[in-house]
Structures are given as C-alpha cells and as structure tokens.
Write a protein that binds this ligand. Structure first.
Ligand SMILES: *[C@@H]1O[C@H](CO)[C@@H](O)[C@H](O)[C@H]1NC(C)=O
Ligand SMILES: *[C@@H]1O[C@H](CO)[C@@H](O)[C@H](O)[C@H]1NC(C)=O
Ligand SMILES: *[C@@H]1O[C@H](CO)[C@@H](O)[C@H](O)[C@H]1NC(C)=O
Ligand SMILES: *[C@@H]1O[C@H](CO)[C@@H](O)[C@H](O)[C@H]1NC(C)=O
Ligand SMILES: *[C@@H]1O[C@H](CO)[C@@H](O)[C@H](O)[C@H]1NC(C)=O
Ligand SMILES: *[C@@H]1O[C@H](CO)[C@@H](O)[C@H](O)[C@H]1NC(C)=O
Length: 378
C-alpha cells in the first residue's frame, strides 16, 4: 500500500479507498467531499449497481404490465361499415311457411304442449294475415275440460327452415307476450347442436315482464364479455359459458319499457340484431323512432348510434361460437326460468296451478309481428 497524494487537477479517490488506505494510519481523513455525491454512478459499488439494475428492471416490468392491461382494457373490435343486402323476408300470410313447428317434450321443462302446424292453425295459435303474424297460447282449456291443461297448455314454438352463420336481422315486433307463468322468447340457436353452435336471445322475459327485455348469449367455454363494450343496456353476468352460473349466459338488460305493456302500448317497434365476426350487437327502436334506412330496407347499423347490447369479439371468437342458427319464436309456460323467479314475481299461487287452471289469464300471452328481414353483407 502506498499513500495516495492528490495532485492538483486529479480526481480524488473514492471514499472507501481513502478509508482503506488510512486504516490504522495516523491522520485519518474524515473525507465527506461534495465531489463524491451519492448520485454519481462513478462512485457506486457493485451492490449499488445491482440495486439500480434491479430497480430499473422492476420499473420496466411494471410499465409493460400497465401498458398490456390498458391495451387489453381498451381493445375493441373494428365494427367497420358493412354493405347489407336483403336475403330473406318472413312476411304476409305465408309467414309460417318458412318455419318448422317444434313438437314434443319441451327442452326447458315447461308446462306446455307444443302443437304441430295443423293443430296450431285449427286452434288459431298461429295466424298470419297480409300484414301481421300472431303466435299465441291457448286460452280455452280450463279445469273442467277433458283433457284439461294439468299436463301442459297448448302453445307453439316455430323454428326457421333457413339457418344462418351471420347477418343483420330486423324483427318488426308489434306485441310482446306477457302474463304470470309465461316465458316467451325471440331467439336464434341450432337445437341439434346446442350449446356448440351458440344461442342468441334477442327478446326474452318472464311473467309480467316488469324488468324489461333481456338479451343474452349462451356458448361453450371461452367466451367472456368482461371487456370494453359500447352499449346503453345494463350488463348482467359476463361469462357466456353455459356451464357457469347455472346457464344464465351473458345478459344485457334493457329499460322497463322495452317489453310488455309499455312496449306494446306504443305499437311495439323494431329489434335489430347484427351478427358478424367482430361481434353481436342489438338495437331497439320504438314504433315512432324507426330509422328510415330500416323502413327503406337499406339498413346501416353504423348510423344507429350506440347499441342497446354489445357483445364484442375481444375475448370471444364469435365466428367459432355461433353457427347454423335458426330463428326461433316460442311461448313457454312455467319451465326452468319462470320457476327460478316465481317467488319474486308477485304472481299468485304456483305456476303449475296458474297455467293449468286459469286459461283467461293468458289473453295477453301472444306475439304479433310485422315482418322479419334478414340481410347479409356482400
Ligand atoms: C377497420 O377495418 C377497415 C376495413 O377492413 C379498415 O379500412 C380500417 O382501417 C380499420 N380501422 C381500424 C381502426 O383498424
Ligand atoms: C285468429 O286470430 C287472429 C289474430 O288474433 C284473429 O284476427 C282471428 O279472428 C282469429 N280467427 C278465429 C277464427 O278466431
Ligand atoms: C296487403 O293487402 C293490401 C291491400 O289489399 C295490398 O295492397 C298489399 O299488397 C298486401 N301486402 C302483402 C304483403 O300481401
Ligand atoms: C343445422 O341446424 C339444423 C337444425 O338444428 C340441423 O338439423 C342440421 O343438422 C344443422 N347442420 C349442421 C351442418 O350442423
Ligand atoms: C300482471 O298483469 C296483469 C295484466 O296487466 C295484472 O292483472 C296482474 O295483476 C299482474 N300481476 C302481477 C303479479 O303484477
Ligand atoms: C299449487 O297450488 C295448488 C292450488 O293451490 C295446490 O293444490 C298444489 O298443491 C300446489 N302445488 C305445489 C307444487 O305447490
């Protein structure tokens, strides 16, 4: 070791070095020099360097994490404008010719007998005229009749012969069914391949439908709506997987006047559902505010403003979850969903008793439609 003499103009040695050099030495220098500030990397030891590098790595990792999270949160599909052409029209007195009548045991455990077309026509449960199509529940069979309705009331469920992979569906709805015990729906699915080919519920309600319309998707695994959405309705559950939440699906609830008495009293309106790889969106227009492009049969959803329900493809591959769907209209009675909400509905007795014994309570349980128009992009 040799004493270090600082020459004019030369940088002083590091503090450590001075202390080492003076260990046991006589004139110990308490050298706290402002020319060796802590922030100057020149005087950092190995440990300090390690700490700094570690800190930088942590900061970078945090920044990357924040950016990824923000990007994911802000991710939104490109709903670029599509040019739609009319492919199918369901209207007039041949409305029901384009549907199959589902018969047999109700897949959702309702207290109904879905009747075939001839019986539906003779009971006037389906009726089509020049400008409207009606589907109703039987209001004639009472407890004194033989057979009575104790094993199910007559009703109808029709499924379009044509199936779809995508499209813009414009439903003119003049009257929605309601009443204690009812579970009506306007929806799309592939019954033979459920849930693999998905289910899109456009209108659905139970009992007196005082909560308004509910729009819902049901899918297999890996379809989540816990992402950025642009919709005016209120999101319910976010996981569309039928195996979760007792198959509640991912729903969106609309205002109270979107279904039932309030909706019907204004002559109903139009439900529009756009189904494309970017996502599924739905709009509702009251009778007095139907956009002219819908009336003119040149619909352009990009001019309709924020959707009522938005199911973007961000975390759900719409193209693989939804296939080969028919348009379905039915009025179920009791069944899984009504049974689940009966006690909170304000309806009296129990659903079985109500449906079996009070036919006059089902006079409002009918759908009335104008036309359905299906468009696809070219
Ligand atoms: C959306 O897609 C269209 C057509 O593919 C493209 O022209 C447009 O730039 C895209 N917009 C964004 C924001 O990516
Ligand atoms: C069948 O129902 C329609 C629609 O409600 C009604 O206009 C028509 O009068 C009914 N027909 C018969 C025979 O009851
Ligand atoms: C409905 O009837 C009116 C009046 O008879 C007629 O002008 C119109 O073309 C008909 N519409 C359809 C879809 O049959
Ligand atoms: C499409 O759906 C119909 C009705 O559920 C079914 O009969 C048919 O087998 C399906 N086709 C395919 C290719 O899945
Ligand atoms: C359901 O609606 C009918 C007809 O508007 C009404 O008579 C009945 O009281 C309502 N029931 C409940 C539970 O709100
Ligand atoms: C439903 O109500 C009827 C009439 O009050 C009653 O006889 C029947 O036992 C009830 N059924 C159930 C399952 O509670």
């Amino acid at each position: 070791m040799h004493p270090h003499i600082i020459k004019p103009g030369e940088q002083p040695p590091a503090y450590d070095e001075i202390m080492l050099n003076n260990r046991g030495g006589g004139d110990s220098i308490r050298h706290v020099d402002t020319s060796m500030p802590w922030w100057n990397p020149r005087y950092w030891g190995k440990r300090a360097w390690f700490g700094v590098v570690a800190a930088i790595l942590i900061i970078v990792a945090v920044i990357i994490g924040v950016v990824v999270t923000m990007t994911k949160k802000n991710a939104y599909p490109n709903y670029t404008t599509l040019s739609y052409s009319l492919v199918d029209t369901y209207s007039g007195d041949t409305f029901f010719d384009q549907f199959n009548y589902f018969t047999g045991y109700d897949p959702t455990n309702g207290l109904v007998h879905y009747v075939p077309q001839t019986q539906a026509e003779s009971l006037n449960l389906t009726y089509a005229s020049n400008d409207s199509a009606v589907l109703r529940v039987d209001t004639s069979v009472g407890p004194g009749d033989s057979p009575d309705a104790s094993t199910g009331r007559f009703s109808v469920r029709v499924e379009s012969k044509n199936t779809y992979e995508n499209g813009l569906f414009v439903f003119d709805v003049k009257h929605t069914p309601y009443g204690c015990g009812t579970w009506p729906a306007l929806w799309l699915t592939d019954r033979s391949n459920w849930p693999d080919n998905g289910e899109i519920d456009v209108m659905e309600a139970t009992n007196n439908a005082t909560d308004g319309n509910q729009m819902t998707l049901h899918t297999t695994d890996q379809c989540s709506m816990n992402v950025r959405r642009k919709e005016t309705g209120s999101a319910l559950k976010k996981n569309c997987n039928w195996e979760k939440n007792d198959n509640e699906g991912c729903g969106v609830s609309a205002e109270e006047d979107s279904y039932g008495t309030a909706f019907n009293s204004d002559g109903g309106g139009v439900m529009a559902m756009e189904w494309r790889d970017a996502g599924i969106r739905m709009w509702q227009f009251g009778r007095g505010s139907i956009p002219s492009d819908i009336t003119n049969k040149t619909p352009d959803p990009s001019t309709w403003g924020t959707a009522l329900a938005d199911f973007p493809s961000t975390d759900c591959d719409i193209g693989s979850h939804f296939k080969n769907n028919s348009i379905i209209v039915n009025i179920d009675l009791c069944g899984d969903l009504v049974n689940a909400v009966w006690d909170d509905s304000g309806c009296s007795s129990n659903c079985t008793d109500w449906v079996a014994n009070y036919p006059e309570e089902f006079t409002n349980a009918y759908w009335e439609f104008g036309a359905f128009h299906v468009y696809q992009s070219s």
